[in-house]
Design a protein. Structure first.
Length: 467
Protein backbone atom coordinates (compact mmCIF):
# COMPACT_ATOMS: atom_id res chain seq x y z
CA UNK A 1 0.00 0.00 0.00
CA UNK A 2 1.43 3.33 -1.08
CA UNK A 3 1.37 5.80 1.83
CA UNK A 4 3.58 8.64 0.59
CA UNK A 5 4.63 9.96 -2.80
CA UNK A 6 6.17 13.12 -4.16
CA UNK A 7 8.38 14.29 -7.01
CA UNK A 8 10.18 17.58 -7.47
CA UNK A 9 13.13 19.23 -9.28
CA UNK A 10 16.47 19.29 -7.49
CA UNK A 11 19.67 21.22 -8.15
CA UNK A 12 20.62 20.50 -11.77
CA UNK A 13 24.29 21.22 -11.04
CA UNK A 14 24.44 18.05 -8.95
CA UNK A 15 24.87 14.54 -10.38
CA UNK A 16 23.22 11.18 -9.86
CA UNK A 17 26.35 10.20 -7.91
CA UNK A 18 25.55 13.05 -5.54
CA UNK A 19 22.03 11.67 -5.20
CA UNK A 20 23.34 8.20 -4.28
CA UNK A 21 25.76 9.76 -1.78
CA UNK A 22 22.83 11.61 -0.22
CA UNK A 23 20.79 8.41 0.18
CA UNK A 24 23.85 6.70 1.69
CA UNK A 25 24.21 9.50 4.26
CA UNK A 26 20.48 9.28 5.03
CA UNK A 27 20.57 5.55 5.88
CA UNK A 28 24.03 5.39 7.46
CA UNK A 29 23.24 8.40 9.63
CA UNK A 30 19.94 7.06 10.90
CA UNK A 31 19.92 6.02 14.58
CA UNK A 32 17.07 3.63 13.73
CA UNK A 33 18.90 1.63 11.05
CA UNK A 34 20.76 -1.64 11.56
CA UNK A 35 22.64 -0.95 8.32
CA UNK A 36 24.49 2.09 9.65
CA UNK A 37 27.68 0.24 10.67
CA UNK A 38 27.66 -2.14 7.69
CA UNK A 39 27.56 0.79 5.27
CA UNK A 40 30.79 2.26 6.62
CA UNK A 41 33.35 2.36 3.82
CA UNK A 42 30.82 1.23 1.19
CA UNK A 43 29.86 3.53 -1.68
CA UNK A 44 26.47 3.30 -3.37
CA UNK A 45 26.98 2.38 -7.03
CA UNK A 46 25.09 0.31 -9.55
CA UNK A 47 24.44 -3.10 -8.00
CA UNK A 48 25.50 -2.26 -4.43
CA UNK A 49 23.51 -4.46 -2.06
CA UNK A 50 23.74 -4.57 1.73
CA UNK A 51 21.40 -6.35 4.13
CA UNK A 52 20.78 -7.50 7.69
CA UNK A 53 18.07 -9.74 9.11
CA UNK A 54 15.49 -6.92 9.03
CA UNK A 55 16.84 -4.40 6.54
CA UNK A 56 18.20 -4.27 3.02
CA UNK A 57 19.25 -1.62 0.54
CA UNK A 58 19.95 -1.91 -3.18
CA UNK A 59 21.37 0.92 -5.29
CA UNK A 60 21.20 1.12 -9.07
CA UNK A 61 22.29 3.53 -11.77
CA UNK A 62 22.11 3.78 -15.54
CA UNK A 63 23.42 6.26 -18.09
CA UNK A 64 22.96 6.72 -21.80
CA UNK A 65 23.52 9.58 -24.22
CA UNK A 66 20.31 11.39 -23.22
CA UNK A 67 19.74 10.70 -19.55
CA UNK A 68 21.27 9.42 -16.34
CA UNK A 69 19.12 7.73 -13.71
CA UNK A 70 19.99 6.44 -10.25
CA UNK A 71 18.21 5.39 -7.12
CA UNK A 72 17.93 3.15 -4.09
CA UNK A 73 15.31 0.79 -2.71
CA UNK A 74 15.46 0.57 1.08
CA UNK A 75 13.40 -2.13 2.83
CA UNK A 76 12.82 -2.47 6.54
CA UNK A 77 10.80 -5.09 8.43
CA UNK A 78 8.99 -4.51 11.71
CA UNK A 79 7.97 -7.37 13.98
CA UNK A 80 8.88 -9.76 11.17
CA UNK A 81 5.57 -9.09 9.40
CA UNK A 82 5.24 -5.46 8.32
CA UNK A 83 7.53 -4.33 5.51
CA UNK A 84 8.31 -0.71 4.71
CA UNK A 85 9.78 0.09 1.27
CA UNK A 86 11.25 3.48 0.39
CA UNK A 87 12.17 4.20 -3.24
CA UNK A 88 14.31 7.23 -4.09
CA UNK A 89 14.93 7.61 -7.83
CA UNK A 90 16.36 10.61 -9.65
CA UNK A 91 16.59 11.24 -13.38
CA UNK A 92 18.74 13.92 -14.98
CA UNK A 93 18.67 15.18 -18.57
CA UNK A 94 19.23 18.45 -20.40
CA UNK A 95 15.76 19.51 -19.21
CA UNK A 96 16.63 19.24 -15.53
CA UNK A 97 17.02 16.91 -12.57
CA UNK A 98 13.89 15.42 -10.96
CA UNK A 99 13.69 13.07 -8.00
CA UNK A 100 10.75 10.96 -6.84
CA UNK A 101 10.33 9.58 -3.31
CA UNK A 102 7.81 6.85 -2.54
CA UNK A 103 6.99 5.04 0.69
CA UNK A 104 4.85 1.91 0.78
CA UNK A 105 3.93 -0.66 3.42
CA UNK A 106 2.55 -4.18 3.35
CA UNK A 107 2.01 -7.05 5.76
CA UNK A 108 2.40 -10.80 5.36
CA UNK A 109 -0.52 -11.36 7.75
CA UNK A 110 -3.98 -9.77 7.76
CA UNK A 111 -4.06 -6.66 9.95
CA UNK A 112 -6.92 -4.32 10.80
CA UNK A 113 -4.99 -1.17 9.94
CA UNK A 114 -1.53 -0.25 8.67
CA UNK A 115 0.22 2.89 9.85
CA UNK A 116 0.73 5.56 7.18
CA UNK A 117 4.27 6.29 8.33
CA UNK A 118 6.01 9.62 8.78
CA UNK A 119 7.18 11.90 6.01
CA UNK A 120 10.47 10.30 4.83
CA UNK A 121 13.52 11.98 6.35
CA UNK A 122 15.30 11.71 2.99
CA UNK A 123 13.35 14.80 1.87
CA UNK A 124 15.14 16.91 4.46
CA UNK A 125 18.47 15.36 3.45
CA UNK A 126 17.84 16.15 -0.22
CA UNK A 127 17.10 19.79 0.59
CA UNK A 128 20.18 20.15 2.78
CA UNK A 129 22.75 18.22 0.73
CA UNK A 130 21.56 18.75 -2.86
CA UNK A 131 19.09 21.63 -2.80
CA UNK A 132 15.94 22.37 -4.72
CA UNK A 133 15.79 23.02 -8.43
CA UNK A 134 13.82 25.32 -10.70
CA UNK A 135 10.11 24.51 -10.95
CA UNK A 136 8.61 26.75 -13.61
CA UNK A 137 8.83 30.28 -12.20
CA UNK A 138 9.43 29.02 -8.66
CA UNK A 139 12.42 27.59 -6.78
CA UNK A 140 11.96 24.40 -4.73
CA UNK A 141 12.87 25.19 -1.13
CA UNK A 142 12.10 24.48 2.50
CA UNK A 143 11.39 28.19 2.96
CA UNK A 144 8.27 30.14 1.95
CA UNK A 145 8.21 32.37 -1.11
CA UNK A 146 7.17 35.89 -0.06
CA UNK A 147 5.54 37.76 -2.93
CA UNK A 148 6.07 41.48 -3.42
CA UNK A 149 3.40 43.98 -4.41
CA UNK A 150 4.69 43.92 -8.00
CA UNK A 151 4.33 40.11 -8.26
CA UNK A 152 0.66 40.27 -9.24
CA UNK A 153 1.15 38.49 -12.58
CA UNK A 154 3.11 35.66 -10.92
CA UNK A 155 0.35 35.19 -8.33
CA UNK A 156 -2.27 35.16 -11.10
CA UNK A 157 -0.29 32.54 -13.03
CA UNK A 158 -0.14 30.37 -9.89
CA UNK A 159 -3.88 30.63 -9.25
CA UNK A 160 -4.73 29.96 -12.91
CA UNK A 161 -2.13 27.14 -13.30
CA UNK A 162 -0.11 29.03 -15.93
CA UNK A 163 3.21 29.02 -14.06
CA UNK A 164 4.35 25.66 -15.57
CA UNK A 165 5.30 24.07 -12.26
CA UNK A 166 5.42 20.43 -11.11
CA UNK A 167 4.49 20.75 -7.45
CA UNK A 168 1.24 22.03 -5.94
CA UNK A 169 1.24 25.51 -4.42
CA UNK A 170 -0.03 26.34 -0.94
CA UNK A 171 -1.13 29.96 -1.25
CA UNK A 172 -1.19 31.80 2.09
CA UNK A 173 -3.32 34.94 1.94
CA UNK A 174 -3.03 38.01 4.17
CA UNK A 175 -5.69 38.83 6.75
CA UNK A 176 -7.05 42.29 7.56
CA UNK A 177 -3.84 43.04 9.50
CA UNK A 178 -1.74 42.21 6.42
CA UNK A 179 -0.45 39.11 8.23
CA UNK A 180 -0.66 35.39 7.32
CA UNK A 181 -3.03 33.41 9.53
CA UNK A 182 -0.72 30.39 9.69
CA UNK A 183 3.05 30.20 10.21
CA UNK A 184 4.46 30.10 6.65
CA UNK A 185 8.00 29.21 7.76
CA UNK A 186 6.89 26.13 9.69
CA UNK A 187 4.45 25.12 6.96
CA UNK A 188 7.20 25.36 4.33
CA UNK A 189 9.42 23.03 6.38
CA UNK A 190 6.58 20.54 6.83
CA UNK A 191 5.89 20.57 3.09
CA UNK A 192 9.42 20.84 1.69
CA UNK A 193 9.73 18.58 -1.33
CA UNK A 194 5.93 18.30 -1.48
CA UNK A 195 4.58 21.78 -2.23
CA UNK A 196 5.60 25.39 -2.67
CA UNK A 197 4.41 27.75 0.07
CA UNK A 198 3.67 31.18 -1.38
CA UNK A 199 2.74 34.12 0.86
CA UNK A 200 0.98 37.24 -0.41
CA UNK A 201 2.21 40.64 0.83
CA UNK A 202 -1.00 42.40 1.89
CA UNK A 203 -4.78 42.41 1.97
CA UNK A 204 -4.88 45.05 -0.77
CA UNK A 205 -2.87 42.64 -2.95
CA UNK A 206 -5.80 40.19 -2.61
CA UNK A 207 -8.26 42.71 -4.01
CA UNK A 208 -6.04 43.44 -7.01
CA UNK A 209 -5.47 39.73 -7.60
CA UNK A 210 -9.19 38.99 -7.33
CA UNK A 211 -9.90 41.00 -10.47
CA UNK A 212 -7.13 39.17 -12.34
CA UNK A 213 -8.31 35.64 -11.47
CA UNK A 214 -12.10 36.16 -11.36
CA UNK A 215 -12.28 35.64 -7.61
CA UNK A 216 -10.52 32.25 -7.57
CA UNK A 217 -7.86 33.37 -5.08
CA UNK A 218 -7.83 32.62 -1.37
CA UNK A 219 -7.99 35.82 0.69
CA UNK A 220 -8.62 37.25 4.15
CA UNK A 221 -6.33 34.78 5.95
CA UNK A 222 -7.61 31.73 4.06
CA UNK A 223 -5.17 29.19 2.62
CA UNK A 224 -5.66 27.66 -0.82
CA UNK A 225 -4.00 24.63 -2.41
CA UNK A 226 -3.65 25.05 -6.18
CA UNK A 227 -2.67 22.16 -8.45
CA UNK A 228 -0.29 22.50 -11.41
CA UNK A 229 -2.75 20.89 -13.84
CA UNK A 230 -5.42 23.45 -12.96
CA UNK A 231 -8.05 20.85 -12.06
CA UNK A 232 -9.18 22.81 -9.02
CA UNK A 233 -8.33 24.01 -5.57
CA UNK A 234 -8.87 23.27 -1.91
CA UNK A 235 -9.72 26.16 0.36
CA UNK A 236 -9.17 26.32 4.12
CA UNK A 237 -11.03 29.13 5.87
CA UNK A 238 -9.92 30.50 9.27
CA UNK A 239 -13.25 29.64 10.89
CA UNK A 240 -14.75 26.70 12.78
CA UNK A 241 -12.26 23.88 13.30
CA UNK A 242 -9.58 25.95 11.60
CA UNK A 243 -9.88 29.03 13.81
CA UNK A 244 -6.70 27.61 15.40
CA UNK A 245 -3.75 28.30 13.03
CA UNK A 246 -1.93 25.11 14.05
CA UNK A 247 -4.99 22.98 13.24
CA UNK A 248 -5.20 24.60 9.82
CA UNK A 249 -1.49 23.93 9.17
CA UNK A 250 -1.92 20.27 10.07
CA UNK A 251 -5.00 19.95 7.86
CA UNK A 252 -3.28 21.63 4.89
CA UNK A 253 -0.25 19.35 5.23
CA UNK A 254 -2.41 16.24 5.43
CA UNK A 255 -4.41 17.32 2.39
CA UNK A 256 -1.27 17.88 0.32
CA UNK A 257 0.14 14.49 1.32
CA UNK A 258 -3.11 12.64 0.58
CA UNK A 259 -3.58 14.36 -2.77
CA UNK A 260 -0.03 13.66 -3.95
CA UNK A 261 -0.83 9.94 -3.81
CA UNK A 262 -3.02 10.47 -6.89
CA UNK A 263 -0.35 12.32 -8.87
CA UNK A 264 1.21 10.32 -11.68
CA UNK A 265 4.90 9.71 -11.08
CA UNK A 266 7.12 10.43 -14.06
CA UNK A 267 8.07 7.04 -15.51
CA UNK A 268 11.75 7.92 -15.66
CA UNK A 269 11.68 8.42 -11.87
CA UNK A 270 10.29 4.98 -10.97
CA UNK A 271 12.27 2.08 -9.57
CA UNK A 272 10.69 -0.35 -12.04
CA UNK A 273 11.78 1.76 -15.00
CA UNK A 274 15.34 1.96 -13.67
CA UNK A 275 15.51 -1.84 -13.30
CA UNK A 276 14.05 -2.32 -16.78
CA UNK A 277 16.66 -0.01 -18.32
CA UNK A 278 19.48 -1.91 -16.61
CA UNK A 279 18.12 -5.36 -17.58
CA UNK A 280 17.57 -4.32 -21.19
CA UNK A 281 21.07 -2.86 -21.42
CA UNK A 282 22.66 -6.04 -20.04
CA UNK A 283 20.68 -8.20 -22.45
CA UNK A 284 21.95 -6.09 -25.30
CA UNK A 285 25.51 -6.42 -24.01
CA UNK A 286 25.12 -10.22 -23.98
CA UNK A 287 23.85 -10.19 -27.56
CA UNK A 288 26.67 -7.92 -28.70
CA UNK A 289 29.27 -10.15 -27.03
CA UNK A 290 27.96 -13.23 -28.86
CA UNK A 291 27.45 -15.08 -25.57
CA UNK A 292 25.66 -18.45 -25.65
CA UNK A 293 25.06 -18.54 -21.89
CA UNK A 294 21.32 -19.34 -21.81
CA UNK A 295 21.08 -18.99 -18.02
CA UNK A 296 22.51 -15.49 -18.20
CA UNK A 297 19.96 -14.57 -20.88
CA UNK A 298 17.15 -15.98 -18.75
CA UNK A 299 18.31 -14.11 -15.66
CA UNK A 300 18.33 -10.72 -17.38
CA UNK A 301 15.09 -11.47 -19.24
CA UNK A 302 13.39 -12.39 -15.95
CA UNK A 303 14.67 -9.18 -14.40
CA UNK A 304 13.20 -7.13 -17.24
CA UNK A 305 9.85 -8.94 -16.98
CA UNK A 306 9.77 -8.46 -13.21
CA UNK A 307 10.30 -4.72 -13.62
CA UNK A 308 7.51 -4.60 -16.23
CA UNK A 309 5.17 -6.47 -13.87
CA UNK A 310 5.96 -4.01 -11.10
CA UNK A 311 5.31 -1.12 -13.46
CA UNK A 312 1.92 -2.59 -14.42
CA UNK A 313 0.98 -2.93 -10.74
CA UNK A 314 2.07 0.66 -10.11
CA UNK A 315 -0.01 1.99 -13.01
CA UNK A 316 -3.05 -0.03 -11.96
CA UNK A 317 -2.78 1.39 -8.43
CA UNK A 318 -2.45 4.94 -9.81
CA UNK A 319 -5.51 4.39 -12.02
CA UNK A 320 -7.55 3.19 -9.05
CA UNK A 321 -6.52 6.22 -6.99
CA UNK A 322 -7.29 8.57 -9.88
CA UNK A 323 -10.78 7.10 -10.30
CA UNK A 324 -11.41 7.58 -6.60
CA UNK A 325 -10.01 11.12 -6.64
CA UNK A 326 -12.41 12.13 -9.43
CA UNK A 327 -15.28 11.35 -7.09
CA UNK A 328 -13.96 13.98 -4.66
CA UNK A 329 -14.34 17.40 -6.29
CA UNK A 330 -12.23 20.29 -5.08
CA UNK A 331 -13.79 22.78 -2.72
CA UNK A 332 -13.82 24.20 0.76
CA UNK A 333 -12.38 22.12 3.56
CA UNK A 334 -13.86 22.82 6.97
CA UNK A 335 -13.49 19.60 8.90
CA UNK A 336 -11.01 16.81 9.35
CA UNK A 337 -13.64 14.18 10.03
CA UNK A 338 -15.84 12.25 7.63
CA UNK A 339 -16.32 14.54 4.64
CA UNK A 340 -19.17 14.91 2.19
CA UNK A 341 -18.16 16.10 -1.28
CA UNK A 342 -20.77 17.87 -3.40
CA UNK A 343 -20.21 18.51 -7.10
CA UNK A 344 -20.99 21.97 -8.46
CA UNK A 345 -20.37 23.81 -11.71
CA UNK A 346 -20.94 27.22 -10.11
CA UNK A 347 -17.97 29.14 -8.75
CA UNK A 348 -17.95 31.21 -5.57
CA UNK A 349 -18.68 34.91 -6.15
CA UNK A 350 -17.09 35.49 -2.76
CA UNK A 351 -14.99 33.21 -0.60
CA UNK A 352 -17.04 30.37 0.87
CA UNK A 353 -20.26 31.53 -0.88
CA UNK A 354 -21.61 28.11 -1.83
CA UNK A 355 -20.85 26.69 1.60
CA UNK A 356 -22.64 29.63 3.25
CA UNK A 357 -25.71 29.10 1.05
CA UNK A 358 -25.78 25.38 1.86
CA UNK A 359 -25.41 26.00 5.61
CA UNK A 360 -28.23 28.59 5.55
CA UNK A 361 -30.46 26.10 3.74
CA UNK A 362 -29.57 23.32 6.17
CA UNK A 363 -30.36 25.58 9.14
CA UNK A 364 -33.82 26.21 7.76
CA UNK A 365 -34.30 22.48 7.14
CA UNK A 366 -33.07 21.62 10.65
CA UNK A 367 -35.48 24.11 12.24
CA UNK A 368 -38.34 22.54 10.28
CA UNK A 369 -37.36 18.96 11.16
CA UNK A 370 -39.03 16.98 13.95
CA UNK A 371 -37.28 17.57 17.32
CA UNK A 372 -35.05 14.65 18.44
CA UNK A 373 -35.34 13.06 14.98
CA UNK A 374 -32.48 11.51 13.03
CA UNK A 375 -32.97 14.12 10.28
CA UNK A 376 -32.50 17.03 12.69
CA UNK A 377 -29.46 15.41 14.35
CA UNK A 378 -27.70 14.83 11.01
CA UNK A 379 -28.44 18.35 9.78
CA UNK A 380 -27.38 19.90 13.09
CA UNK A 381 -24.10 17.96 13.03
CA UNK A 382 -23.28 19.13 9.48
CA UNK A 383 -24.08 22.73 10.46
CA UNK A 384 -21.92 22.48 13.57
CA UNK A 385 -18.94 21.03 11.69
CA UNK A 386 -19.09 23.60 8.87
CA UNK A 387 -19.06 27.16 10.16
CA UNK A 388 -19.93 30.15 7.98
CA UNK A 389 -16.96 31.79 6.30
CA UNK A 390 -18.10 35.18 7.62
CA UNK A 391 -17.19 36.74 4.27
CA UNK A 392 -20.83 37.46 3.35
CA UNK A 393 -21.42 39.51 6.50
CA UNK A 394 -18.21 41.49 5.99
CA UNK A 395 -19.11 42.32 2.37
CA UNK A 396 -22.67 43.31 3.32
CA UNK A 397 -21.45 45.56 6.13
CA UNK A 398 -19.11 47.39 3.76
CA UNK A 399 -21.84 47.67 1.12
CA UNK A 400 -24.27 49.08 3.67
CA UNK A 401 -21.77 51.71 4.74
CA UNK A 402 -20.99 52.83 1.19
CA UNK A 403 -24.65 52.96 0.06
CA UNK A 404 -26.09 54.46 3.25
CA UNK A 405 -25.13 57.99 2.23
CA UNK A 406 -25.09 57.38 -1.53
CA UNK A 407 -26.10 60.37 -3.67
CA UNK A 408 -23.64 60.05 -6.57
CA UNK A 409 -20.81 57.87 -7.88
CA UNK A 410 -17.91 59.68 -6.27
CA UNK A 411 -14.33 58.45 -6.64
CA UNK A 412 -14.36 56.98 -3.12
CA UNK A 413 -17.67 55.16 -3.70
CA UNK A 414 -16.41 53.74 -7.00
CA UNK A 415 -13.14 52.60 -5.42
CA UNK A 416 -14.95 50.83 -2.56
CA UNK A 417 -17.41 49.06 -4.89
CA UNK A 418 -14.59 47.96 -7.18
CA UNK A 419 -12.57 46.68 -4.22
CA UNK A 420 -15.57 44.46 -3.39
CA UNK A 421 -15.44 42.98 -6.89
CA UNK A 422 -18.09 45.05 -8.68
CA UNK A 423 -17.64 46.24 -12.26
CA UNK A 424 -19.44 49.58 -12.78
CA UNK A 425 -20.93 50.16 -16.23
CA UNK A 426 -22.69 53.25 -17.62
CA UNK A 427 -26.33 52.53 -18.55
CA UNK A 428 -28.13 55.77 -19.46
CA UNK A 429 -29.42 57.42 -16.30
CA UNK A 430 -28.21 54.50 -14.23
CA UNK A 431 -25.15 52.46 -13.39
CA UNK A 432 -25.10 48.72 -13.86
CA UNK A 433 -23.19 46.82 -11.16
CA UNK A 434 -21.88 43.34 -12.00
CA UNK A 435 -20.17 41.22 -9.34
CA UNK A 436 -17.04 39.36 -10.47
CA UNK A 437 -18.08 39.50 -14.15
CA UNK A 438 -21.14 37.28 -13.64
CA UNK A 439 -23.61 39.11 -15.89
CA UNK A 440 -26.57 36.94 -14.79
CA UNK A 441 -27.07 39.16 -11.76
CA UNK A 442 -26.82 42.81 -12.86
CA UNK A 443 -27.95 45.46 -10.38
CA UNK A 444 -29.21 48.87 -11.45
CA UNK A 445 -28.12 51.85 -9.34
CA UNK A 446 -29.35 55.38 -9.98
CA UNK A 447 -26.68 57.91 -10.90
CA UNK A 448 -28.10 60.33 -8.33
CA UNK A 449 -29.65 59.24 -5.04
CA UNK A 450 -32.89 60.74 -3.69
CA UNK A 451 -32.31 60.66 0.07
CA UNK A 452 -30.77 58.39 2.71
CA UNK A 453 -33.66 55.94 2.33
CA UNK A 454 -32.85 55.51 -1.35
CA UNK A 455 -29.36 54.26 -0.57
CA UNK A 456 -30.59 51.80 2.05
CA UNK A 457 -33.33 50.58 -0.29
CA UNK A 458 -30.68 49.97 -2.96
CA UNK A 459 -28.64 48.04 -0.41
CA UNK A 460 -31.65 45.87 0.53
CA UNK A 461 -32.44 45.12 -3.13
CA UNK A 462 -28.81 44.25 -3.85
CA UNK A 463 -28.66 41.99 -0.79
CA UNK A 464 -31.75 40.05 -1.88
CA UNK A 465 -30.58 39.64 -5.47
CA UNK A 466 -26.98 38.56 -4.95
CA UNK A 467 -26.44 37.75 -1.28
Amino acid sequence: MLTFKTQFPINAEKTTEDLLDCTHAWISGSPHSELARKLSGIKFEDGTSVSTANESVLSSSFKDSERETAGVRYEKREDGEIRWITDVVGSKSKDGFIVAVQLSVDSELPVERLDQGKRPYILKSLMERIGGGVDGDLIVSDKPIFLKEQDLSLAADIICAKANYTMPVVYVSADNRDKPFIDPDQTAKWLSGMAHVVVEPSRSFSFKLMREVYGENAYGGAVGIYWPDGVGKWLFLPTGNYSDPKEMQIAVSRKVRASLLSQRTKRECTWSNLQELIARHRLQELKDSGSNDINEYIRHFDAEMASKDEEIQRLEAELARAKYARQLPSGVSNTDGTNLALASTERDLYQGERLDIIIDSLKAAADAAEPHSRRRDVLTDIIKQNAHSGEREQILERLKQVLRQYDSMTASVRAELESLGFAILEDGKHYKLILHEDSRYPFILAKTGSDWRGGLNAFSDLKRRIF
